[in-house]
Ligand binder design. Structure first.
Ligand SMILES: [Zn+2]
Length: 88
């Protein structure tokens, strides 16, 4: 008979310390897109300007960020070297 020992370890999500969230927006009515930026209010303003010029009022806004799953109580960086974010 084989026995297994199962240990539960609490994990959590942490933001990647070397990256920022990138905001993007696309008009739902035409091919217009805001310039991707780490400045969320600037992307919102670009959408409002596009709306004022075109009367297009629907946008798909995305926010992209990088995270790690780490053991609770440990460092915020995982130990594996593949943890670097992809190059822009
Ligand atoms: Zn548009």
């Amino acid at each position: 008979m084989t026995r297994a020992i199962v240990r539960h370890v609490v994990h959590r999500i942490t933001e990647h310390p070397d990256t920022e969230v990138t905001y993007e927006a696309d008009c739902l009515h035409c091919g217009w897109s805001a310039t991707p930026s780490t400045d969320g209010p600037a992307v919102n303003l670009a959408c409002m300007e596009h709306s004022g010029k075109s009367n297009h009022r629907g946008f798909r806004r995305t926010m992209t960020g990088f995270i790690f799953v780490v053991r609770d109580g440990k460092d915020d960086r995982p130990a594996c070297p593949q943890a670097a974010p992809p190059a822009p």
